[in-house]
Structure formats: C-alpha cells, structure tokens
Design a protein around this ligand. Structure first.
Ligand SMILES: Cc1cc2nc3c(=O)[nH]c(=O)nc-3n(C[C@H](O)[C@H](O)[C@H](O)COP(=O)(O)OP(=O)(O)OC[C@H]3O[C@@H](n4cnc5c(N)ncnc54)[C@H](O)[C@@H]3O)c2cc1C
Ligand code: SF4
Length: 338
C-alpha cells in the first residue's frame, strides 16, 4: 500500500469542497465502508495521493425513511445490512431488501454501504491482478477474450467484457430509483438528481469509470419513488454455491406498476440489463404461468456468450421466470392476508 494523506470531512458539503480544492490531476480515492477500496489499495490497483473517508458522515447520511410524498430515501452511507432489515424497504421494495440481504457475508453487509456497492470496481480477475495491464488499465488488450471468461459478460460488452458487480444495481433499476448527487459548484455545493438508468456507463472506452459521476461528485441519497412501491417485486440470484457467493445471473422484477413492469438482469452485462422484450409481454396483461414462461423465453434473445460462459445464457430464463413468479405470488399472499 502506498502512503497517502487521509482526509476526514465533517459534512457532504465539506467533502465536496475538499475534492474540488485538490490540485489538478491529484489522485484521490473516496472511501465509504472500505471493502472494495482496501482490496484495491492492497493490490495497488489504486495508488492515491489522498484517501477521503466518508464514514464520519454516518448518522444523517445513513438514514432510511419516507418523505410525505411516499418516496423512500436511503442515505448513501446506510449499510447493506440496514437496507436488508429495514421495515419500510422490506414492505415497499422487497427486491431491494432481498438484493442487499443476498450480498456477500454478514460481516461484509455490516460494513459495505449503498453508495460503495454501486460504485465498486468490477471483479474481472485480470483487472484485479496487478500482473495484467488490460484495456481498462490503459493496456492494449482484453485478456478475457482469449482467457478465462467464465464469469464475464454475455451481452452488452464493447471492448471490455466486465459484468457490473453490484447486487443492488438491478434491484434499484427495477424499482425506478433516482440518485441524489452532491458536488462543489461555482456558488458553493450543488446537488442534482439523476434516474438510476443514467448512472451506469457502457464501457465504450474501458478506461472510464463504470458510472457517470462527474469528477468530485458524491452519491448522497438513493430515492425510491412511490410509483415503484408495493409487495410485487422480487430479486433472485443463481450461484455456484448457496453460502456467500457472487451471482452467476441475477434477476430483479417489479410488477407493482402493471402498465410498466420492470425486469432487470444482473451479472450478465457491464450495466444492469433491462429486458424490454420481456417487459412488453407482461405490460398490462395477465401473469399466469404460461405468460411468464413465454416472457422468460425471450429474455436471452441476442445474447452472445464468450468461449467459457454459454452456461450463463441457459440460466437466464429460469432466473427471470423465478423472479416473476415470486413477485406475482408475493402480491397474492398480500391480498390473501389483507
Ligand atoms: C468476499 C466478498 C464477496 C462479495 N460478494 C458480493 C456480492 O455478492 N454482491 C455484491 O454486490 N457485492 C459483493 N461484494 C462487494 C462488496 O459488496 C462491495 O465491495 C461493497 O458493497 C462496497 O461498499 P463499501 O461501502 O465498502 O465501498 P468502498 O470500498 O468504501 O468504496 C467502493 C467505491 O465506491 C466509491 N464510493 C463509496 N461511497 C461513495 C459515495 N457516497 N459517492 C461516490 N462514490 C462512493 C469509492 O470511491 C470506491 O470507488 C463482495 C465482496 C467480498 C470481499
Ligand atoms: S474484461 Fe475489461 S477489465 Fe477484464 S481484462 Fe478485459 S478489459 Fe480488462
């Protein structure tokens, strides 16, 4: 690990100001729970001059609550364990609670934050190893193309074949989340809100970040709008083993807005992958088993596996069908109990 200056701001505004005041081209690394950041420092994937630790801002920045308008707000520094266990999230956005609760181990969920989960770097083993200088690190080739690509993308890749590593990402997309950002502007700190679909970046240039945050910008709050709320959302993941593991394929489905269902895959593409063809079959129609099977059968159409990950394509339809059935049946249980 290299030597770095350690910065501890007392508010998001102060953090944004600190970031904006750093000399041009200085390499700063923002830290929240530190699960990903410590790995990257230890592997020397990042060698920052400054580390800015947001954890002192827990408290208000970890709050989960609802506004008068029914928007559920999750502070960026809320841990995955807090999200998984929170009554409001469990009742109104079960897919989000499940995605957080399926992540890694209890120890990691107790430290990892929502903002960090969305911004973590990809798990591609060539990227994670200091021995490979691949396209993402400014090198001249993607080692996954001719190498061991069993966990890489099966759709949506450009020159770089990463899959987005976040469990929360597909669930938040399925629930139509928005992200409130903060940065230092000309007249002091300024915030903007973006739809989560605009947060993820397809790796056209693999050296760019996987997200669209501007330099110095921080995630402050995740907003979950009332339009996507209700019992009928679900998140499922298929893994190699049942104890903690990364998903091979995950699927988040949200059927609460019957006219605009959302179905999103994780672990198959560099960004959470919306299944528009599946959504069209389900929009406004019935949710019987036949319709679900018909919709799920369309899910992997056009996917292009690499040499060692065709198995992923075969997992897509069962994952989608399972998520859709769980979302539908959760609604039934709710009306039976009501
Ligand atoms: C064994 C193991 C298994 C795992 N399994 C899974 C899994 O199944 N699914 C899954 O999703 N993850 C998994 N993870 C990854 C883990 O969930 C993430 O590393 C963690 O969520 C990152 O959160 P953090 O708060 O620790 O982020 P940090 O490590 O502190 O930061 C991660 C990145 O986010 C940026 N960042 C953090 N907060 C903000 C903010 N508010 N605004 C802007 N940028 C910010 C940082 O600059 C950094 O680039 C696993 C990790 C391990 C070690
Ligand atoms: S998939 Fe991306 S991160 Fe992995 S080796 Fe290829 S270019 Fe590098």
């Amino acid at each position: 690990m290299n030597r770095f200056a350690y910065l501890v701001p007392q508010s998001f505004e102060a953090a944004a100001k600190l970031l904006a005041g750093l000399p041009p081209r200085s390499s700063v690394l923002v830290k929240a729970g530190g699960i990903d950041v410590l790995d990257r420092l230890k592997e020397r994937i990042d060698t920052p001059q400054q580390v800015l630790n947001l954890l002192a801002l827990r408290g208000e920045a970890a709050r989960i609550g609802a506004t008068a308008g029914g928007v559920v707000e999750i502070g960026a520094l809320a841990t995955l364990a807090e999200v998984a266990e929170h009554e409001l999230v469990r009742a109104r956005f079960p897919a989000v609670a499940a995605a957080a609760g399926h992540t890694a181990t209890p120890q990691i969920r107790n430290a990892a934050t929502v903002g960090g989960n969305l911004c973590q770097k990809p798990r591609c083993w060539y990227f994670r190893s200091r021995d490979y200088r691949c396209l993402k690190k400014g090198g001249s080739m993607c080692y996954a193309v001719a190498g061991d690509n069993r966990y890489h993308a099966v759709v949506g890749a450009g020159a770089c074949h990463i899959v987005h590593p976040s469990n929360l990402a597909p669930a938040l997309v399925a629930c139509g989340a928005r992200i409130r950002l903060v940065a230092e502007g000309a007249g002091g700190s300024a915030s903007r809100v973006i739809p989560i679909d605009a947060f993820f970046r397809v790796p056209v240039d693999p050296r760019q970040d996987e997200h669209t945050l501007r330099p110095g910008e921080l995630i402050r709050v995740i907003e979950l709008p009332a339009a996507g709320a209700g019992p009928q959302s679900a998140y499922v993941e298929l893994r190699e083993k049942q104890s903690f593991d990364w998903p091979l394929v995950s699927c988040a489905a949200n059927l609460n807005d019957r006219a605009h269902p959302r179905v999103v895959l994780g672990a198959v593409a560099p960004i959470p992958w919306r299944l528009r063809a599946v959504e069209r079959v389900l929009a406004g129609g019935g949710l019987d088993d036949r319709t679900i099977s018909r919709a799920a059968a369309l899910a992997a159409e056009g996917f292009e596996p690499m040499s060692r990950n065709a198995y992923k394509v075969r997992l897509v339809a069962p994952a989608v069908a399972d998520a859709l059935r769980q979302a539908r049946d959760r609604g039934k249980e709710d009306s039976d109990n009501g």
